[in-house]
Structure formats: structure tokens, C-alpha cells
Design a protein around this ligand. Structure first.
Ligand SMILES: [Zn+2]
Length: 551
């Protein structure tokens, strides 16, 4: 059983590392991301809930949002575990530290700890800064000394360190010596353009560690697809601080992915990372942050993805259910994820039996047989339950006699109004939905506009019954896929709609199939909402939180 094997330890490897999250600064460089200050505060809370040592909040002075974040943080962020860090750079070329705007903003951010970046590649000093190497070193030394003089703890991000070291190790090491000599307490070696490979990182970190004997950190990007491997290699070589982002978000190909690195270090290498009992919050925090940054989590993400412990196996499925350790590299519960069995037409009765057990449903032989028949029939019509775990669960619950208690549809109507633009303005398309539903014998009617039929129906339904179910607020549709299936039936093509949804802690998929795209969308939407309400505290029996996360 793999998880019982002794961890792989290197001779230089530390017993513990500090986890430094830069989702709010480097991670938010990903194109398409635009975080509000409220988003940033909520992400910081999630990081604290996970238990990272340092949360880099942003670059004060670089944009008004980061200034507002640091201004509001003292009153609005009650961090229990994490230390907030402000990020900045060294003073300007030939400038003075005491009238340098970047350094002044860093002090004004009011954090106990700051991280400043400085150039360690001679080429960048002479070509980008257009100054001498001596001035490059002085900029680092002066800036660190100034911040220490203001009572701050200082981490030094050694920009382009690996490239610099390969070209001119004497200069790169001089910069590090200047930083540490002025009082920096951790030297973070950065692979800023992400071009390094694990064996280079391991060798170079070990050489620097031999030369300086001070705490080293590692900050890498994923341009070679090796950011996780490079981080692990650096820890093997003695690094004691790992920097990265939740889900690896960041510009270009992303930053080092803490959602992978933390369990790798903890479970495979025996290095302490998060405080005791926090690793099992990883999956929930990863999903929550994905929702806050509005970047869908890759289902295949290691450890935290919805497919990470999903098994599609007709023949071996009962063996997996009996002995998951024979098929899974770690126990999914350790990272707060769960083993999941993917059901398809081919998988048959034994898979469904396991699925029922997983859901805590008692299905007798006849009910199970009915579900198998129903699935076969529906898959023939174009349903595809392998990708719609939410709809499958509702179907299986219905087989036990369960009926969704949330609302009954009386009718809905969707109107699409296309108006030609006047005087050269673009055409206007407005979709309006009116919905009539009954809840506890009471009739609710609502009309809403949307940017398409699903959005309009969703909005109308929220207006009609949202107040009755507080959990509704937390449900969001994250993806909507339409596929036209060319069936061989005389009726012609049918439309299959798949909707992905989340409540911030779990994600689920639902399906609808009809000859009419709006009908198919409605079917998928109703399943999405019923599943969501059931698992978000409005369904009674099934709370969604794995760990008491206040969401
Ligand atoms: Zn970076």
C-alpha cells in the first residue's frame, strides 16, 4: 500500500517548509482575471483557513485596488494562521531609499513582513536597468537595510536567479550576499521565466546552500511544465520556503501549483507543510478559490480535481470499492477529496450498487434493476450520465421514492426579442423568461431578462423562490455546453445540454436532452438547482461541508 511506504528523503531535505502563497499578487497576473478587493479579501480568508504561513496580498502603490486591499485588511481580515505580506521592489537606480515611492508604499501597507524583488542576472542590470553591476548590488543592499531599519521582516525575491547564476554566478551570489548582509531573512531563488529543469534547480539550490548557509526559498513558473517538479527538487536540495499559487494560476503557463506541491511534500516526501489537520481542507479551498477567481478548475488536477479519484471500470469496480488502496496512490480523504465511481451504460449493475452505497441509498434488487433499465433507455435517447453525476444522483434518489421538495413547475415561457439596431448600432437581442412555480402550496411568478434562455430562466427562478431558500445564493452555473446529436431515429436531431455548477465547495454536472434546446436547458437547469439546494443546507439531510468551512 503506497501510502504506508516511508517517505523519500534526501540528505539535505528539511523536516518542514513554510508555504508562501502569491495567488493575490503573481497569480492575479493571469490574463482574464480581474479580482475586486472583496474577492481578494475572501481569497485571503480561504488561504488562512487552509493554513499557509504567508499570504502575499499584492503590490501597494502599483494599483489602487492593492492599496485599498492593504488599507482594509487590518479591519476586515482576521487572520488566525497566516501572516500578510506586502510585495515591492528595490529602490530606483541612483535613487535614495528615504524618498523612494516604492519603498514608501511598502512601509505604508503596514504589514510586519515585506518581500522585495531585485535583479540577480547581470544582463538585466546592464540592459534593463542600464546601470553598473555595483549599483545593482547597492540597490538591493540599501533597500533591504532601509526596510529592516523600519522594523520590517524582509524576504528577498532573487529575480531570474537561475538564468543569472548560469551566466554569471559571481554576480548573482554577490546580490544574495548583499541581501542577507543587510538583514533579509530568506533568499527566494526565482525561476522568473520558468525555463529551468529539475536537475538544474536541485544542483543550483544545493550549491547556493553550500555557499551561503542561509534560509532559501523557491519561486518558479511552469513554462517547461516542471514548476511542481522544480519546487520539489529545490526542497530536496534544502529550500525551506515554497512559493506558489492555488491551482497554479499565474501569467503565461502559470506559477508553481501549491494544490499539488503541498500534498506532494506532505504525503510523499514527509516534509511538514500546513498545520496539523489542515491538509484535508485542500480540495474545498482549491474549489472555492477557483470560483472566486472565476477560472474553472481542471477536473484532472492532481489531488483536488473532481476526476482525481474517479474510477471508470466495469470489470474491476467491485475490487476498487473493496480495496481502494490497491488502485489509488493516496487515500483521497487525506486531501479532502473522495473516491468516485463513474457510471456509464457499460458499467452496469455492480457500479450502480457501489454508487448507491456511496450516496447512502438503500436500493433493493428490483429498484436497482429498474435504475439499470432506465439508464439504458435514457442513454439510448442521448443522455450521457458518465458526465452528469448530479443528474445520476437525483435519478437514483428518485428510484427510492424520493421527490424533490423544493418547487413544482406550473409553466414557463421564454421569449427572444431580436431588434435591428438603428443608426449603425448593433442589433439588440433580449431574452426574457417568465416562470410560474408552486412552493408549499403557494404560487410564485417571476419574469427576468438574461443573456440567453438558461440565464433568463435561472434568474427568473431565483427571483421566484430565492428568498425561500437561502442556499440558492451560493449556487452558480459555471459552464454550459450544447451538443446536437444526430440520432438515427425518425424524429431527427436532439439537443444535449450539460450544465456545470458549484456552491463554492463542490462542483456537479447535470444533463438535459430534448428535441427543443430550451426544454433540454430547463431540464439540466432544474437538476442543477435541485442538486445544489439538496447539498447546500436546504435539503435537510445532506450538508455539503466536509470540514465545517463557513463558506
Ligand atoms: Zn513570479
Amino acid at each position: 500500500m503506497s501510502s504506508d511506504l516511508p517517505p523519500v528523503r534526501g540528505p539535505r531535505q528539511p523536516d518542514a517548509v513554510e508555504v508562501y502563497d502569491t495567488t493575490l499578487r503573481d497569480g492575479s497576473q493571469l490574463e482574464g482575471i480581474s479580482l475586486t478587493v472583496d474577492d481578494k479579501l475572501r481569497i485571503a480568508e480561504q488561504l488562512d483557513h487552509l493554513g499557509v504561513h504567508y499570504v502575499e496580498g499584492g503590490w501597494p502603490g502599483a494599483n489602487p485596488k492593492d492599496d485599498e486591499f492593504f488599507a482594509r485588511a487590518p479591519a476586515e481580515l482576521a487572520l488566525a494562521t497566516s501572516t500578510l505580506v506586502a510585495f515591492g521592489s528595490t529602490r530606483r537606480v541612483k535613487g535614495k531609499t528615504d524618498d523612494d515611492p516604492t519603498l514608501r508604499h511598502l512601509i505604508e501597507a503596514g504589514t510586519s513582513t515585506v518581500c522585495i524583488v531585485g535583479k540577480c542576472w547581470d544582463y538585466h542590470v546592464t540592459e534593463a536597468l542600464r546601470t553598473t553591476l555595483d549599483e545593482g548590488v547597492a540597490m538591493v543592499a540599501d533597500s533591504v537595510a532601509f526596510l529592516r531599519g523600519q522594523g520590517r521582516r524582509v524576504f528577498f525575491d532573487a529575480e531570474h536567479f537561475f538564468d543569472g547564476y548560469k551566466h554569471n554566478p559571481e554576480f548573482s551570489l554577490r546580490v544574495l550576499e548583499a541581501a542577507v548582509g543587510s538583514g533579509a531573512e530568506c533568499l527566494v531563488l526565482c525561476d522568473t521565466n520558468g525555463g529551468s529543469l529539475p536537475f538544474e534547480v536541485e544542483r543550483i539550490v544545493a550549491e547556493v546552500d553550500d555557499y551561503l548557509r542561509v534560509p532559501l526559498g523557491i519561486h518558479v513558473h511552469d513554462d517547461t511544465g516542471c514548476a511542481v517538479a522544480n519546487t520539489l527538487a529545490a526542497v530536496r536540495a534544502g529550500a525551506t520556503q515554497v512559493q506558489g499559487t492555488i491551482n497554479g494560476i499565474g501569467e503565461r503557463t502559470g506559477n508553481a501549483n501549491l494544490s499539488t506541491i503541498v500534498p506532494d511534500l506532505s504525503l510523499k516526501m514527509g516534509v511538514r507543510t500546513l498545520p496539523e489537520g489542515r491538509l484535508e481542507r485542500l480540495t474545498s479551498v482549491s474549489h472555492h478559490v477557483a470560483e472566486l477567481v472565476n477560472v474553472a478548475l481542471n477536473p484532472q488536477a492532481p489531488y483536488v480535481g473532481s476526476s482525481a479519484f474517479a474510477h471508470k471500470a466495469g470489470l474491476h469496480v467491485s475490487a476498487i470499492a473493496r480495496r481502494p488502496d490497491a488502485y489509488e496512490h493516496v487515500d483521497a480523504d487525506l486531501v479532502g477529496n473522495g473516491t468516485r465511481f463513474v457510471v456509464s451504460e457499460l458499467a452496469g449493475r455492480s457500479t450502480l450498487e457501489i454508487k448507491a452505497r456511496e450516496l447512502g441509498l438503500e436500493l433493493d434488487g428490483k429498484e436497482l434493476g429498474d435504475v439499470v433499465d432506465q439508464l439504458k433507455h435514457l442513454e439510448h435517447e442521448g443522455y450521457h450520465f458518465e458526465v452528469a453525476d448530479g443528474s445520476l444522483e437525483l435519478l437514483m434518489r428518485a428510484a427510492t421514492g424520493w421527490e424533490q421538495p423544493f418547487f413544482t413547475l406550473e409553466s414557463f415561457r421564454v421569449i427572444v426579442d431580436h431588434r435591428p439596431g438603428e443608426h449603425g448600432t448593433p442589433d439588440e437581442v433580449v431574452t426574457e423568461a417568465t416562470i410560474k412555480v408552486v412552493v408549499d402550496g403557494e404560487r410564485h411568478i417571476a419574469t427576468a431578462e438574461g443573456n440567453g434562455p438558461v440565464n433568463a430562466l435561472d434568474t427568473a427562478l431565483r427571483q421566484a423562490i430565492g428568498r425561500r431558500y437561502p442556499g440558492f445564493d451560493r449556487l452558480h452555473l459555471t459552464d454550459f455546453k450544447v451538443r446536437v446529436l444526430d440520432t438515427s431515429k425518425a424524429t431527427g436531431a436532439v439537443t444535449r445540454v450539460l450544465i456545470d455548477s458549484t456552491n463554492g465547495e463542490r462542483t456537479w454536472s447535470t444533463i438535459g436532452v430534448s428535441e427543443n434546446i430550451i426544454e433540454a436547458s430547463w431540464e439540466a437547469l432544474v437538476d442543477s438547482i435541485v442538486y445544489g439546494l439538496f447539498h447546500t443546507g436546504d435539503g435537510g439531510e445532506a450538508g455539503s461541508s466536509r470540514d465545517g468551512d463557513p463558506a
